[in-house]
Design a protein around this ligand. Sequence first.
Ligand SMILES: [Zn+2]
Length: 303
Amino acid sequence: MLSLAVSLKMNPANAPLTRRTFIQNGTLVLAATSASSLPLYAANADSELCVGLVTDLHYADKPAGGSRHYRETLGKLEEAALQFERDQPDFVVELGDLIDAADSVATEQKYLRTINQKFSSICNSRHYVLGNHCVDTLKKQEFLDGVGQEKSFYSFDQGDYHFVVLDSCFRSDGVAYERKNFKWTDANIPAEELEWLAADLAATAKHVVVFAHQRIDVNNSHGVRNNAEVRNVLEKTGNVKAVFQGHSHQNDLNDINGIHYCTLVAMVEGSGAANNGYSVLRLAADGTIRLSGFRNQIDRDFS
Ligand SMILES: [Zn+2]
């Protein structure tokens, strides 16, 4: 987030005169937008973490196709950015299909630059989950280079939580999706990634939240083919609280063996501001997770 947020309780003397003020979690907060400023103090109460979530933006400068309004994603993301500016998330996650499928690599890279410029202006700390559309025209490395992310699957700690980003863009024969070499219904998490995941989860005692694109809770065409095997790994340590995923474009929730599999609504679906969808996730130290949904995104309370 390029805004500077300072609690009056913490640091009243450093607040420049130009700041706007607003109330957040009962605390008067001063905020100003400045490209050179870094957050000094998280505006969120206690040790609660705040995460901004968007999914299935499918940005492309092309006419609408069916219910997908590709160009409108830019305006919808601007609205989400205003909300995130208020909430000051610790980081933001884009849950896949940031772009659609352009006719050429050069055009796709242009679309990626356009949408990522807007997404990047929201927050300095960002995570990108690979969606099948991200690697339809681009190769994985081209997409990752385009958004400045090193790996397609990895984990990180923040506060009392351990976060995992998964990559299900692999065919059932283990070959990675790379530009027109796959069917979108053949999504898999290969053995090597599952082994890494099992070891990664075994090494943490924190609450775990997973971010994925293709669904891990269903057996239909939107599901990862080896979803049962993946769930087995997720269930083993007992730490995994929730999985946030996209891909099927509609709100959904399945609770399976103590893990909440929450599917978020797609930003690209439908025309006009009312058909937007994005959310703010709040994660408390005790493992309570609350999702505040905006526009078509449903609220969720995992306490
Ligand atoms: Zn999608």
